[in-house]
Design a protein around this ligand. Structure first.
Ligand SMILES: Cc1cc2nc3c(=O)[nH]c(=O)nc-3n(C[C@H](O)[C@H](O)[C@H](O)COP(=O)(O)OP(=O)(O)OC[C@H]3O[C@@H](n4cnc5c(N)ncnc54)[C@H](O)[C@@H]3O)c2cc1C
Ligand SMILES: *[C@@H]1O[C@H](CO)[C@@H](O)[C@H](O)[C@H]1NC(C)=O
Ligand SMILES: *[C@@H]1O[C@H](CO)[C@@H](O)[C@H](O)[C@H]1NC(C)=O
Ligand SMILES: *[C@@H]1O[C@H](CO)[C@@H](O)[C@H](O)[C@H]1NC(C)=O
Ligand SMILES: *[C@@H]1O[C@H](CO)[C@@H](O)[C@H](O)[C@H]1NC(C)=O
Length: 296
């Protein structure tokens, strides 16, 4: 139905590449993004920043704006039913919600019958109670998760400098070396016991966090386990009125046209330029710019 420059798949690279716009002599006039979840709407936003006001950006959505950021209404109250917790180190989300209100939650440990521990407004009291029950396990855990998050944060630098990776493994290796790769291949419980975290802490705190976040147990691979644990730290928040509001806000900011329609077929019309580039030592980046045809 329409000719578009389709850039979604290579967007991280496209964003940061200063000569992208000059490849064909002119910036693209029309860009299609498929999906209005946080990925698609953030892409529309970054593309607008990169290409300026001239380019027309169409975002196709077959369902609701927000995708897996969604809410359900129960008893006149809205509850997050998809992505619910936003970590304070998620710098893009921090940036996106500048003008939206957000709320912070409190944590408690429930053993099925009673609350074993409840977060209070007194930080020192919370620390004391944690230490009383679990020794220094929680400090060990905290330091472990923080070290992982710190490495994870390199992802923003890569994006800013236009680095791209052709596989998830390459990306992980670049962020955290063989340590990250190993963490995808061994269990969380194994890693934590080695770290010196007590079995009681694993049973009472870690196991419920895995169950709540991912419906899993402590045999989950250590890497995703650490991500889940980061989602159980303090400094977490959600957008008042629903995290999905971030998506509609990004759509508005990007002045993209929302087209409420499923994309059923993407066909290549003409092959653009393929470039291979060595980016530092990290990886070879292939950019393929295609004119495509979208069926709606
Ligand atoms: C239950 C649950 C809990 C979660 N909890 C957290 C959490 O606490 N913290 C956190 O950070 N993350 C959490 N996540 C993960 C987070 O929600 C997702 O990683 C994120 O929302 C994915 O965004 P996305 O844009 O990549 O994909 P999606 O949100 O899935 O967006 C894709 C969009 O594309 C549309 N689409 C697909 N195909 C087509 C087509 N052919 N034509 C047109 N439109 C199409 C879909 O309708 C959808 O709207 C959770 C996820 C779930 C499901
Ligand atoms: C990851 O595992 C490999 C192979 O077992 C090992 O050689 C390497 O030292 C490990 N890396 C780290 C950081 O532990
Ligand atoms: C965790 O779940 C997996 C898959 O559901 C199962 O095979 C394993 O036995 C469970 N491990 C524990 C410690 O419960
Ligand atoms: C997509 O469209 C092309 C060209 O119109 C057609 O050849 C192809 O069969 C279509 N594919 C599907 C899955 O509909
Ligand atoms: C990049 O390559 C140079 C020279 O080949 C080498 O000295 C350096 O350690 C490499 N850096 C990384 C991050 O691999």
């Amino acid at each position: 139905m329409n000719q578009y420059l389709f850039v979604l798949l290579s967007f991280v690279h496209v964003l940061a590449d200063p000569d992208f716009a000059k490849l064909d002599g002119a910036p693209p006039s029309k860009i299609a993004v498929v999906g209005a979840g946080i990925g698609g709407t953030a892409t529309a936003h970054f593309l607008r920043q990169h290409f300026g006001p001239e380019v027309s950006i169409d975002v196709f959505e077959k369902g609701s704006v927000g995708g897996r950021l969604a809410t359900v209404t129960v008893n006149h109250q809205d509850y997050e039913s998809g992505g619910s917790i936003i970590h304070s180190l998620n710098l893009h989300m921090q940036d996106f919600v500048q003008q939206l209100g957000y709320v912070a939650g409190k944590t408690a440990v429930f053993n099925g019958d009673e609350f074993i521990l409840e977060e209070t407004d007194w930080y020192l009291l919370d620390l004391f109670r944690l230490w009383w029950r679990y020794g220094i396990s929680f400090i060990r855990l905290q330091m472990w998760v923080e070290e992982i998050m710190e490495k994870f944060m390199r992802i923003y630098k890569y994006q800013a400098h236009g680095y791209a990776f052709s596989s998830v493994e390459e990306l992980l290796h670049s962020l955290g070396g063989s340590g990250f790769i190993n963490m995808t291949r061994r269990s969380l419980s194994e890693s934590l016991l080695e770290l010196g975290v007590s079995q009681r802490f694993i049973d009472e705190v870690i196991a419920p966090i895995m169950r709540v976040n991912y419906g899993q147990n402590i045999s989950i691979p250590a890497f995703v386990g650490a991500v889940s644990l980061a989602g159980a730290q303090a400094n977490l928040w959600a957008v008042e009125g629903g995290n999905k509001l971030v998506c509609s806000r990004l759509l508005k900011l990007s002045k993209a046209n929302l087209i409420q329609s499923p994309v059923t077929n993407i066909t290549l019309r003409s092959t653009g330029i393929r470039r291979n580039r060595q980016l530092k030592n990290t990886s070879i980046v292939k950019t393929k710019l295609n004119c495509v045809h979208l069926d709606l």
